[in-house]
Design a protein around this ligand. Structure first.
Ligand code: SAM
Ligand code: SF4
Ligand code: SF4
Ligand code: SF4
Length: 317
């Protein structure tokens, strides 16, 4: 029997106004080949379904402790004392990730919803049913559907099929991508993608590799090829302190984008923010998290004006 195609999602968000034109429904897929230290969705990085723990919901091992009893691998033990939402001291569970196989038994036992699994396998039909609920909002606002992640093109078959179905249903489509995927994957999507939301995180390939883990040449090549093939680009630049915010660096963006200007609908500058920091803790991995002061409004306006000087339409946020 043929296997049903599923995609591993971690969220589907209605009423999104940041992910392309109009009001959109954004389908977030799990898994990403990049490792941006400032990533505001660290739960999207791994391809597998993972255990998360939201401390403010936890009742404490002393009052509850269901997760300890539920774990078949002995991965959950009494951990540090912390304060709950009411300001009372509670003993938190500690999860030894080296013993955890992400089976989900502790999350199923946790009535408070403090432990939960992130990552759901969904068929295209299921996702389409969810999207169709929002159709009236698309029609009023000129919106549609955005497939995002993580890197949605790391699940190329699912993304392609979802986009095909959206186009067949008469919906506007956007693909939110890092661009770090083989050209053959992008090429197949072209007939079904109205616009690519396309991140350019740094123009210096050595720095890109050093900080994010991968070089930028495939990303820049794919941007040129999309432009050459008649695709539309909505370029996004996350403005990250000490990484890409300098005036000199923005001139390298300006020169690159000038060459493909006709294919660029808009350049969106996204000021670095710290909203994802608490999500890193939820993953129970003790990751070191990048923290910095967000760029000032004045700097964002300067960089906007600088890129406008290259004949580009630019917005902040
Ligand atoms: C969730 S990502 C989706 C696409 C893909 N993961 C990427 O990064 O290209 C959506 C946008 O948020 C940006 N972003 C991620 N973390 C951010 C942060 N801490 N501050 C500002 N923008 C951020 C990304 O650069 C990307 O433009
Ligand atoms: S998900 Fe991990 S910690 Fe939770 S029960 Fe399974 S093995 Fe234990
Ligand atoms: S089962 Fe949930 S609420 Fe109870 S101690 Fe474990 S994490 Fe906390
Ligand atoms: S590319 Fe996007 S999802 Fe991947 S690590 Fe960077 S910000 Fe996070």
């Amino acid at each position: 029997m043929e296997k049903t195609l599923t995609g591993k999602t971690y969220d589907i968000q209605g009423f999104s106004v940041q992910d392309g034109p109009g009001i959109r429904t954004t389908v977030f897929l799990k898994g990403c080949p990049l490792r941006c230290p400032w990533c505001h969705s660290p739960e999207s990085q791994e391809f597998k379904t993972e255990l998360n723990w939201m401390g403010v919901r936890c009742l404490g091992i002393d009052a509850c402790g269901k997760c300890l009893d539920a774990c078949p691998n002995g991965a959950v033990t009494p951990g540090p004392v912390s304060q709950n939402a009411a300001g009372e001291d509670i003993v938190c569970p500690a999860v030894d990730k080296s013993k955890c196989d992400e089976c989900g038994a502790c999350a199923a036992a946790c009535r408070a919803g403090a432990l939960y699994m992130c990552g759901t396998d969904r068929t295209v039909d299921e996702v389409m049913r969810r999207i169709e609920r929002d159709r009236p909002f698309f029609e009023e606002s000129g919106g549609g559907v955005t497939v995002s992640g993580g890197e949605c093109l790391s699940q190329p078959e699912f993304t392609l099929e979802l986009l095909r179905r959206c186009k067949a249903a008469g919906l506007h489509t956007a693909v939110d991508t890092t661009g770090f995927v083989p050209w053959e994957v992008v090429e197949k999507l072209l007939p079904y993608t109205d616009v690519f939301l396309y991140d350019l995180k740094n123009m210096d390939s050595a720095l890109h590799r050093q900080v994010i883990g991968v070089p930028n040449e495939p990303i820049l090549d794919n941007a040129r090829k999309i432009a050459g093939a008649g695709g539309r680009l909505w370029v996004r630049i996350p403005v990250i302190p000490m990484f890409n915010e300098s005036k000199a660096h923005f001139d390298t963006y300006g020169r690159f984008l000038s060459d493909i200007r006709d294919a660029v609908d808009i350049v969106q500058l996204l000021p670095y923010h710290t909203l994802g920091v608490s999500k890193h803790d939820r993953l129970l991995k003790n990751d070191t998290v990048f923290m910095a002061e967000p760029p000032s409004d004045a700097l964002m306006q300067d960089r906007k004006a600088q890129l406008e000087g290259y004949g580009l339409k630019v917005r902040v946020h």
